[in-house]
Design a protein around this ligand. Structure first.
Ligand SMILES: CCCCCCCCCCCCCCCCCC(=O)SCCNC(=O)CCNC(=O)[C@H](O)C(C)(C)COP(=O)(O)OP(=O)(O)OC[C@H]1O[C@@H](n2cnc3c(N)ncnc32)[C@H](O)[C@@H]1OP(=O)(O)O
Ligand SMILES: Cc1cc2nc3c(=O)[nH]c(=O)nc-3n(C[C@H](O)[C@H](O)[C@H](O)COP(=O)(O)OP(=O)(O)OC[C@H]3O[C@@H](n4cnc5c(N)ncnc54)[C@H](O)[C@@H]3O)c2cc1C
Length: 666
């Protein structure tokens, strides 16, 4: 093909923007400094050939994994050479954009030692982990149990004679199964096992166990270890060595039990410290909070691809002598713009959740445990909400790109395959929503006893009002008032919560009620979490938002986010008598006019994510919109096109064709 001059097919679109895009970039990044770091790291990765990733879909598993090891080693080398800070290093790894053992080492192994280790344990293990002299993973899930952590079967039995624990896998189902980084890379693991002393079971605790030799990487005696096999999609999450692990009476010193929550003395006595036992689950709270921030990244990435391509792609009709850009179809807008709005909404709720997590961490250090239940409910609920929406949205973006979205070169199939397990790992999304529902039911049941709800449940203090207040919408413009919308979401959540609590109270055993009503409880939890996202978006807009037109764009997106949820869950709002059908119809009119308002800004709103073409990894989402020649180029790179006549022609095609000829002649 002839080389084409570089043309920016989206220049016109960019010229229509009605806001200061540089200011929006800073809002999206979370500050000037964050923007600068992110931009610098993205470019560093994009310009380094070792971080190439366009061949992932065609590499076999072994090549894929070796390539991941190579990239992780190279990333580490760059981090050391450039003396990158922790923030810069983590951004660099993010832009390398390939699931790897390092995610678990930095994301779970180090945090679990920090959160559950004693001062001495942190001093001993963290420096080695920070220097990557040991590589660790988080070995909790087993073949037989993942969600039910209390059901884990691996045992850690204290031997007072030798002052050691004996780690053992008593059954097949007790095999550790799934931990990332375990299969091939890790030298160590934090293993969750049942603590047994003097024949008594004291429940689950974490233990630091060395798995492989630091000299030759061979498994240590008594350790049976391997990779659990190929996962969904080509490339995708197969760069990660999710592993299995069995123990045959493996001995570790007593001081390798993580002892912040429980201690075992030299004599074998178990001492419960004064921190709540739930801190054993603290690493999951931390990781769930990071997953919410990541959801906005994955979602914005898919939306960026679908939005740019929708502006380039034309089908049918006529617009100034051209066919219509598909982004101008109302159906395309009504599918795409709520996802664009959700990307911004999740960004802001992610920022807030990070704050909440820091706050609870500081309180825990000061021995104030009062906000732990709220932090658990918020991280669990928002992890569930944002990952489910994002996984569905990536698939919707694929459909929004028509046939070409199904090509690997669109970047969307791999993004979906990498992202979709987020609905399962770090807590199955339904199981986590049931935790939120449990928290809400408890909060409502305690209202009568004078307990005051705090944080995100404070609205339940106005229960009487919320149970009967009418929606304040008279005309379409009322739907743009943030206080009207927030109160509506509060009323819906409060009414659903109370209805469920009433149904539960009819059961003589609460557990039976929870089983029977679990589907309704999940809807209640979803309504509460959606309220949190809407109100955090509204709160963000009450802050000082610099930059011409930026606030107006964000206000439009906030309204789109809330009103598209209202449309999707209309059944909830009507059945709880929160709104009338007339008000619902007005909301729909407002949504249409908001789509028109966003339309000229759509490309600039996705440019504000500041993604490099390397990170997007999508021909359809290219910054310059030069889609067709590049799609053609990508097709030509496929190994099937290496020869004109395919391998296998002589064995399998020619005989068939020849036979056809003979048959035709007969
Ligand atoms: C295109 C390329 C793109 C490339 C992208 C590259 C980047 C990719 C990166 C990917 C990296 C991803 C890494 C993935 C890591 C996954 C790691 C895992 O899954 S690790 C494995 C993760 N595994 C899981 O997540 C397992 C999920 N399961 C669980 O968490 C628990 O078993 C349970 C919570 C469901 C039940 O527990 P159970 O003990 O039966 O509890 P009860 O219900 O009886 O409640 C008892 C009380 O405890 C309270 N409470 C509960 N939790 C917490 C908490 N966290 N805190 C505080 N409190 C908590 C609860 O409220 C209640 O309080 P109250 O009412 O009594 O006052
Ligand atoms: C890619 C990936 C990476 C992972 N990485 C790690 C890791 O590094 N370390 C680690 O320890 N683990 C890891 N895991 C394991 C992961 O945390 C678990 O798979 C997850 O917690 C879900 O548990 P499960 O597999 O037991 O699902 P199950 O609980 O068996 O879920 C099966 C079905 O049962 C339903 N269900 C279960 N309990 C209930 C209930 N009480 N009420 C209603 N419905 C219920 C669920 O909704 C689901 O539909 C990883 C998993 C994946 C997919």
């Amino acid at each position: 093909m002839e080389a084409e001059a570089a043309v920016d097919y989206l220049v016109d679109e960019r010229s229509k923007a009605q806001f200061d895009i540089d200011a929006m970039k800073i809002i999206w990044a979370g500050g000037k400094h964050e923007f600068e770091v992110s931009d610098r790291m993205a470019r560093l990765v994009a310009s380094d050939p070792v971080f190439r990733k366009d061949n992932r879909a065609i590499l076999d598993r072994k090549e894929l994994f070796k390539n991941t090891l190579r990239k992780a080693a190279h990333a580490w080398k760059r981090i050391i050479e450039l003396r990158l800070s922790e923030q810069e290093a983590s951004k660099l790894r993010f832009f390398v954009d390939e699931p790897a053992y390092t995610d678990l080492h930095w994301g779970m192994f180090i945090p679990v030692i920090k959160g559950q280790g004693t001062e001495e344990q942190r001093k001993k293990w963290l420096p080695m982990a920070y220097r990557m002299q040991i590589i660790g993973c988080y070995a909790q899930t087993e073949l037989g149990h993942g969600s039910n952590v209390q059901g884990l079967e691996t045992t850690a039995t204290f031997d007072p004679e030798l002052d050691e624990f004996v780690i053992h896998s008593p059954t097949l189902t007790s095999s550790k199964w799934w931990p990332g980084g375990l299969g091939r890379a890790s030298t160590h693991a934090v293993v969750f096992a049942r603590l047994i002393t003097d024949g008594k079971d004291h429940g689950i605790n974490g233990f630091i166990v060395q798995l492989r030799s630091l000299d030759d990487h061979l498994p240590l005696p008594g350790i049976i270890i391997g990779d659990i096999g190929m996962k969904f999609g080509n490339g995708a999450y197969n760069t990660m060595d999710n592993g299995f692990l069995r123990f045959d009476h493996v001995r570790i010193p007593r001081d390798q039990m993580l002892m912040r929550v429980k201690q075992v003395t030299r004599e074998g006595k178990v001492v419960q410290s004064d921190v709540p036992w739930q801190l054993l689950y603290g690493t999951m709270v931390y990781v769930r909070q990071t997953i919410v921030a990541d959801a906005s990244c994955a979602l914005s990435r898919a939306v960026c691809i679908a939005t740019r391509y929708s502006a380039v792609r034309r089908q049918f009709g006529s617009q100034n002598g051209h066919e219509t850009q598909v982004i101008d179809y109302r159906t395309q807008q009504s599918r795409l713009f709520p996802l664009l709005a959700s990307a911004y909404a999740f960004r802001f709720v992610g920022e807030w959740l990070k704050w909440l997590y820091m706050d609870v961490t500081q309180r825990l250090q000061a021995r104030d445990f009062s906000t732990l239940p709220e932090a658990h409910a918020c991280t669990a609920g928002l992890k569930s909400l944002t990952t489910s929406v994002t996984a569905d949205a990536i698939e919707e973006c694929r459909k929004l790109c028509g046939g070409h979205g199904y090509l690997c070169s669109s970047g969307l199939p791999e993004l979906f395959a990498v992202y979709v397990p987020a609905c399962t790992y770090e807590g199955d999304n339904i199981v986590l929503l049931l935790q939120v529902a449990r928290f809400l039911m408890k909060t409502v049941s305690q209202l009568g006893s004078g307990e005051r709800p705090v944080g995100t449940t404070t609205y339940l203090l106005r229960l009487e009002h919320l149970l009967q207040c009418p929606c304040d919408v008279q005309g379409a413009e009322d739907w743009l008032k943030p206080d009207v919308v927030v109160q509506l979401f509060e009323a819906r959540s409060a009414r659903m919560t109370v209805a469920c609590a009433k149904s539960l109270s009819k059961f003589s055993k609460p557990e039976d009620g929870f089983m029977d009503l679990s589907a309704d409880l999940v809807s209640v939890a979803t309504a509460h979490c959606q309220l949190i996202v809407v109100s955090k978006f509204v709160e963000k807009l009450q802050q000082d938002i610099p930059g011409e037109g930026v606030k107006q764009q964000l206000e439009a997106l906030c309204s789109i986010y809330a009103l598209s949820l209202l449309k999707k869950h209309l059944g909830d709002f009507l059945s709880t008598s929160c709104i009338t059908s007339k008000q619902a119809s007005l909301a729909n009119d407002v949504l249409r006019s908001l789509y028109s308002q966003v339309r000229p800004n759509a490309i600039a709103l996705v440019d504000a994510f500041n993604y490099t073409d390397h990170f997007l990894g999508s021909v359809l989402g290219r910054y310059d919109g030069n889609v067709y020649p590049k799609l053609y180029e990508e097709a030509l790179k496929d190994p099937l096109n290496e020869s004109v006549v395919p391998d296998g022609y002589h064995e399998y095609l020619q005989p068939v064709l020849k036979q056809r000829l003979r048959t035709a002649r007969l």
